[in-house]
Every structure is written in structure tokens, then in C-alpha cells.
Ligand binder design. Structure first.
Ligand code: HH2
Length: 276
């Protein structure tokens, strides 16, 4: 399978690593560390050297309880970083829900729109649909980061997340976005309790089997890993790598990670041991 994006048609026959670049002062795991354009760009370069297949650049924290920021501030944070990252030779995605930021990033030539709200803000879908080839990642979430944990009630979380992703992909396709531009994401940690996140990992194959498009998953440094290991955010490297490997083993095509070098090494060993 392939993922069509603005400049690249990404071959997903082997697992791909998406490196996270948060240009935010309050991101849950690396907030404030890449707060300036120069620092964020240096981080982008480092992740590419470490073997990142894609870069995901975000300017608004989506951690549970995070406050939303004004659009101008988000644009000012991410656009200069995207502009520089587009010269690094790998596909670049913008992690945003804001149509104005999407539009500006697409005008710069960004390859992918990664939206934790699955293009549900007014005019977000039109923004991507108007573009001839940009890729999109549609993620499952309920409510908003500020309120989402109050909505973490499911009968069968795997079935319900699957229903949402199937339906949302169909809606996005009927707006004119070709299937091969779409990748889907169960939204680990978004309106989900640890047992829900773990069900989505243990039964991820069921989800993959239902979806006609590839799965992107983000476990990196998330709370469920802290709960399993008793580790603070910056001590979750081993846990994050293990979760990324498990996700790939259960059929994920792309893993969204902070720790690119360690994940790339682990995936090489996994590929040799378990890959085709
Ligand atoms: N998780 C986060 C942000 N964006 N996008 C997708 N597609 N999937 C995810 O699981 C996902 C995401 C949250 O993680 P992080 O970027 O580390 O933190 P923050 O939201 O605080 O910037």
C-alpha cells in the first residue's frame, strides 16, 4: 500500500517512523524544548539524521486538559519550521486542526495534514479536499483535549473506534479526497482510559482488518506506558519503543515517535526477526 502526499508517494510495504517535532511551550513530553524556530529546525535535522521517514510538526499541545491557543500564534510557531523542514528531503506533516494553519502550510507545500480532530472543524475538510494531492491522517477522538477524558466510555472500544474511522474516511472521500491520500489513527490517549488504549493495541489486528487504509499509531511516552512501568515521561524510552514494535507487529504502517534513533534500530531488528 502507498500513502499519496503532496511531493511523495510513500511506500508503506515496510513500517515507517514519523518523528515528532513539537513547537509548543506546553507539550506534554517535550514542551518548551524546541520553542524557537532555530531550535525546532535543528531538532528536525537531527531526527532526519536518526532515520525519520517523516516529520510531524505541531504548534498546539493536545495533551489532556491543554488550553487552545489563538490561530495566529499557532501559525507563527509552525510555519517557519515547516518552511525549513521542507528542505530536508523527507515528507513533512503539519499537526493541526485549524483550517487557516492547514491552508497556509499547504501553500508552503507541506505534504500531509495530521489532524487529531479528523478535519471536523468547519472548512477543514474543504481545505484538504481543494488540494490535489496532500496526504491526511484522520484520528479518532471524542470532544476536545480540554474535556475528552470525561467522554472515555465505550461498550467495545475497538468496534467503536473502527466505526468512526470507517465512517470518517468515507465522508472525507466523498468530499473528493482520494483513498490513497488517507491514513487512519485510533488516537491513543484521546478520550480513552488505559484499558481502552491497551485493547486498541492488543486487538489492533481487528482494526487493521476492518480498515481499507493503513494505520498510523502514536504511543510515544503516553500515560498508559507510565502506568504500566511506573516511569515519568522522560523515562519512557524503552516502554515507547516496545509499544511501537508491538504496534508494528500488529499491523501498524506508521509509528509517531519522539525517540527516532532507538525506534529505527528496534524496527531493523524486528524486520530481520519478524518482517517479510
Ligand atoms: N498524539 C499527540 C499529538 N498528535 N497525532 C496523531 N495522528 N496521533 C497521535 O497519537 C497524536 C497526534 C500527542 O502527543 P505529543 O505530540 O507528544 O504531545 P502534545 O499533544 O502535547 O504536543
Amino acid at each position: 500500500m502507498h500513502w499519496q502526499t503532496t511531493r511523495f508517494r510513500i511506500d508503506l510495504s515496510r513500517p515507517r517512523v514519523m518523528g515528532i517535532v513539537n513547537v509548543t511551550p506546553d507539550s506534554f513530553s517535550d514542551g518548551g524544548r524546541h520553542g524557537t524556530t532555530a531550535a525546532a529546525l535543528a531538532h528536525c535535522e537531527r531526527l532526519v539524521e536518526e532515520g525519520a521517514d517523516l516529520l510531524d510538526i505541531g504548534g498546539e499541545s493536545t495533551r489532556p486538559g491543554a488550553a487552545s491557543i489563538v490561530v495566529a500564534e499557532e501559525a507563527a510557531r509552525v510555519l517557519p519550521v515547516i518552511e525549513g523542514a521542507l528542505r530536508l528531503g523527507v515528507p513533512v506533516s503539519v499537526d493541526t486542526s485549524e483550517p487557516a494553519v492547514m491552508r497556509a502550510a499547504l501553500a508552503l507545500g507541506v505534504d500531509i495534514v495530521n489532524d487529531v480532530r479528523a478535519l471536523r472543524r468547519p472548512s477543514a475538510l474543504a481545505c484538504v479536499a481543494e488540494h490535489p494531492s496532500a496526504g491526511v491522517c484522520l484520528m479518532h477522538m471524542r470532544g476536545d483535549p480540554a474535556t475528552m477524558q470525561a467522554q472515555a466510555e465505550y461498550g467495545d472500544v475497538v468496534a467503536e473506534v473502527g466505526d468512526f474511522l470507517v465512517q470518517r474516511a468515507a465522508e472525507v472521500m466523498s468530499a473528493g479526497v482520494a483513498a490513497e491520500r488517507i491514513v487512519l489513527d485510533p488516537g491513543i490517549g484521546f478520550a480513552k482510559r488505559p484499558e481502552h488504549n491497551l485493547a486498541l493495541l492488543r486487538r489492533q489486528r481487528e482494526l487493521v482488518a476492518r480498515l481499507s487504509r493503513p494505520l498510523l499509531v502514536g504511543w510515544s511516552r503516553k500515560g498508559t506506558l507510565g502506568l504500566l512501568t511506573g516511569r515519568a515521561i522522560h523515562e519512557r524510552l524503552a516502554a515507547s519503543v516496545a509499544a511501537a514494535l508491538a504496534a508494528v507487529h500488529h499491523g501498524a504502517a506508521v509509528v509517531r515517535v519522539h525517540d527516532v534513533a532507538a525506534t529505527v534500530d528496534a524496527l531493523k531488528v524486528w524486520q530481520a526477526a519478524c518482517g517479510d
